[in-house]
Structures are given as structure tokens and as C-alpha cells.
Design a protein around this ligand. Structure first.
Ligand code: S3P
Length: 444
């Protein structure tokens, strides 16, 4: 288990934020590049890898499963993979720290191999539901034994000797769940099909194609997709250039919107349409965000974002947009506090099972700083008064995004905003505080 010392931090009202910066590499793509590299035969080279604790834990897990994973320089990594079905049984438990993405994707990858492995994580990850992943993987032929109810960690998984291709309709919109099934399906003969009612981030599908697998993606219903993977491919190593993470860019972006006089450029941010729900929403609220120099890097669309402080108005955010901005609600709710009028965010059930109960943690973060917030069913309502009193100390519950959202709020609040523990920011956004300070943010 990772032991991270608690470290409180406070953000204070700041002058205008100015400057250009590139936030670290995308977390979703970084995990997937390591896992697909480990399942390829030969050397995969990655640049711009996110060197946050979550991704480092995935790198260590791939090593324990038999891949050679080397750090060659800042963000530059090389992996000599073992091929589809080639994982070796690890001697010790694989520890994924705070990361459900690393853990669930690795569980999927192991489920399609004839080995047994034990999966574990920190106190936050041990609370998160794993049964949702184990259900389809057991249909594929894997067998799981978990000590706790709900398939929670630590759990031991015996991968399938002869994986069975399945047709699977996930009961929740989850890219992790979809990806776990596709990664397990790599080991099965024939076609593994995932039918999503709501399309979720498609990095696994895109990257599988990039590594030489055959994947067909067709529309399904109004918002969904049908994804068909042909099993037992030979995955070929492929270079991966990891673009800047839009979920990390969200923090300086909202900070610039709510801090009067700010003008900031965020460079090379991935603008994959299944990740841009926050941009759509903020622009509807009246945010001045220019999307500049749209280009393609490593199979993903990227752009520079120019963000200027803006007068925002409250809006209704529809439930069907949630999969395209699932990680952005805490920081959106901060923008909503500084807007004029109520913002209603609908369909947030999945937020209850993130690194914390993020729905409750977000409402508490706002309330403790004098912002009215109400949870009704799966919806969150924030009463925007174009100000926040601040003065509160936010309980982060081992959740990096709650910590960063609270600190962003403090930059424009009347009184300072403190967080009990900023240590978990390092899971996804190493260097957050220094980057924010380089723009002029007052955080100490
Ligand atoms: C992720 C999927 C999402 C997201 C997480 C990253 C991924 O989780 O919240 O931060 O990389 O597939 P769910 O699949 O649980 O929605």
C-alpha cells in the first residue's frame, strides 16, 4: 500500500492569472499506452507519459507481469512487451494505489491470460466497486475471489485458460468497464462485442487500432456505440505521443475564468469529442474560451485553449453529457458558484463511486465555503452568486480532483480556502501547485 503523508494547503485570492502552460500527459492514454505496450511483441516508445503516481503504479504492474518497462527521460518510456496472452504470474500482489483505471484495465488484461494475480490498492480504491468488472470477465472464463463484498479489493483473479468471446452491454456508462472487456477479449478467439448505450471515452478502441488490432465501431441508438474486436491479434509496438490531459487542464482553465482579469493559454490539450463536455458546458455558460490551432497528434485531436476571465451564467447540464465530462463536475461546480444563477448538473450517479463519493464531497466543498449546493437524487444544484465567501477547510477524502477544485475556488474567494490533504494531487497532476503559481496563483 502507498503511504502518502498528509499535507494541508491553502489558496488565497489572487491577482489576474497570466501565461502559457502545458499540463501533464493524459492519464487515460498513459495507462493504456503502458498496458498495450506490455501486450505487444517488441519495443513500444512513449513520449509525454503522465508521471503521476497512478500511472507509475500501472508501469510497475506491467513489469511484475513480465514486460520490460524503462524510463529513459522525463516522460520518455520504452516497453518491451510479452505479446497477447503472454503475461507471467506475478509473485506479489499488484498495487494500484489510488487508481481504479489502472486496476480495472489490468484486471481485464489479466482475465484473458492463463495466470493468477492478486490486485490491491489504497483505502480509497479498496472501497470502490469491482464487481461491475468481474461480472463480464467471469462470463469470459476468469474466476475471481475477493475478500470483501462487492468484489472489492484485495481480490485474486484466475485468468481464463480458454477465453470466450462475449457480447456485452455495460449496465453503466464506463470506459473502464468497456476497456476491461475489450482487453480480456484480446485473448479470445472470434469477436468480442461491447454495446454502449452512452458512448464513453474511446481511447482503448483507438489505441488498439494503432497497435494493429481489428476494431469496428458503429453507432448504436441515439448516443451509443457498438464496438467489435477481433480477438487474438498480434499487437505490434507503436509509438505513442501522449497529449495534454483535458481533465487536468480543467483546473487552470476554470481558475482563469473566475479570477478577474486573467488571460491564459493552455497548450496542446486533447480535444477528443468524448472528453470535451466541460468546454461545451462552460461556453454555454458564457466562458471566453478560444480553441486555437486544432491539429492531430498521435491519432488524437489537440488544440491550444485561450481562456479569459468571463461573466458566467447558470445553466442546466443534461445527463447525457455526463460521460464526456465525468471527471470535471467538481471543478465545474466551482465555476457554477461564480456564475449568475443556478446551475443544475443532472445524472451524476457515477460520481458516488469515484475516488471519493464525489457528489457529496463536491457539495460539502461548496457549503463549507459559503456556497449553496443541494443534491436531489442524482442531480447537483449550485446557486451561483458570482462570489464565494471561502474561509472553509475542505475534506478531500483521498480525492485529487476535490483537492484541486477547492484550491481553484480559493483563488477567487473572499477568504482563503484550505484543503486537509493536497498529497493526492500527485496521483494525476504532479507539479500542479508550481504550474498554478507560475500563472500567478497564490497557493501555499
Ligand atoms: C477513465 C474512465 C472514467 C474516469 C476515469 C478514467 C478511463 O471512469 O472517471 O478518471 O481512463 O477509462 P469510469 O469508467 O468509471 O466512468
Amino acid at each position: 500500500m502507498n503511504q502518502i503523508a498528509e499535507s494541508p494547503l491553502t489558496a488565497r485570492r489572487s491577482g489576474p492569472l497570466h501565461g502559457r502552460l502545458r499540463v501533464p500527459g493524459d492519464k487515460s492514454i498513459s495507462h493504456r499506452a503502458l498496458i498495450l505496450g506490455a501486450l505487444s511483441v517488441g519495443e513500444t516508445r512513449i513520449s509525454g507519459l503522465l508521471e503521476g503516481e497512478d500511472v507509475i503504479n500501472t508501469a510497475k504492474a506491467m513489469r511484475r507481469l513480465g514486460a520490460i518497462v524503462l524510463r529513459e527521460g522525463a516522460g520518455f518510456w520504452s516497453i518491451h512487451g510479452v505479446g497477447v496472452g503472454g503475461f507471467a504470474a506475478p509473485a506479489d500482489a499488484l498495487d494500484f494505489g489510488n487508481s481504479a483505471t489502472g486496476c480495472r484495465l489490468a484486471i481485464g488484461a489479466v482475465a484473458g491470460c492463463p495466470i493468477t494475480a492478486t490486485f490491491d490498492g489504497d483505502a480509497s480504491l479498496r472501497k470502490r466497486p469491482m464487481q461491475r468488472v468481474l461480472d463480464p470477465l467471469e462470463r469470459i472464463g476468469a474466476k475471481a475471489t475477493a475478500a470483501a463484498a462487492g468484489g472489492r479489493l484485495p481480490l485474486t483473479l484466475a485468468g481464463a485458460r480458454d477465453p470466450i468471446p462475449i457480447v456485452y452491454e455495460p449496465p453503466v456508462a464506463s470506459a473502464q468497464l468497456k476497456s476491461a472487456v475489450l482487453l480480456a477479449g484480446l485473448g479470445a478467439p472470434g469477436e468480442t462485442v461491447v454495446i454502449e448505450a452512452e458512448a464513453t471515452r474511446d481511447h482503448t478502441e483507438r489505441m488498439l487500432v494503432h497497435f494493429g488490432a481489428e476494431v469496428r465501431v458503429e453507432p448504436h441508438g441515439t448516443h451509443g456505440r457498438r464496438i467489435t474486436l477481433t480477438g487474438q491479434p498480434e499487437l505490434n509496438p507503436a509509438a505513442v505521443a501522449v497529449p495534454a490531459d483535458p481533465s487536468s487542464a480543467a483546473f487552470p482553465l476554470v481558475a482563469a475564468l473566475i479570477t478577474p482579469g486573467s488571460d491564459v493559454i493552455l497548450e496542446s490539450v486533447m480535444t477528443n469529442p468524448l472528453r470535451t463536455g466541460l468546454l461545451t458546458t462552460l461556453r454555454e455558460m458564457g466562458a471566453a474560451i478560444e480553441i486555437l490551432d486544432v491539429r492531430n497528434e498521435g491519432g488524437e485531436e489537440i488544440a491550444d485553449l485561450r481562456v479569459r476571465a468571463s461573466a458566467l451564467k447558470g445553466i442546466d447540464v443534461p445527463a447525457e453529457r455526463a460521460p464526456t465530462m465525468i471527471d470535471e463536475y467538481p471543478v465545474l461546480s466551482v465555476a457554477a458558484a461564480f456564475a449568475d444563477g443556478t446551475t443544475t448538473m443532472r445524472g451524476l450517479k457515477e460520481l458516488r463511486v469515484k475516488e471519493s463519493d464525489r457528489l457529496a464531497a463536491t457539495a460539502d466543498m461548496l457549503r463549507v465555503n459559503g456556497v449553496e449546493a443541494e443534491i436531489a437524487g442524482d442531480d447537483l444544484m449550485v446557486a451561483g452568486k458570482r462570489r464565494a465567501a471561502g474561509g472553509g477547510r475542505v475534506a478531500t477524502h483521498m480525492d485529487h480532483r476535490i483537492a484541486m477544485s477547492a484550491l481553484v475556488m480559493g483563488l477567487a474567494s473572499e477568504q482563503p480556502v484550505g484543503v486537509d490533504d493536497a498529497a493526492f494531487i500527485a496521483t494525476s497532476f504532479p507539479g500542479f501547485v508550481d504550474l498554478m503559481r507560475s500563472l500567478g496563483a497564490n497557493m501555499a
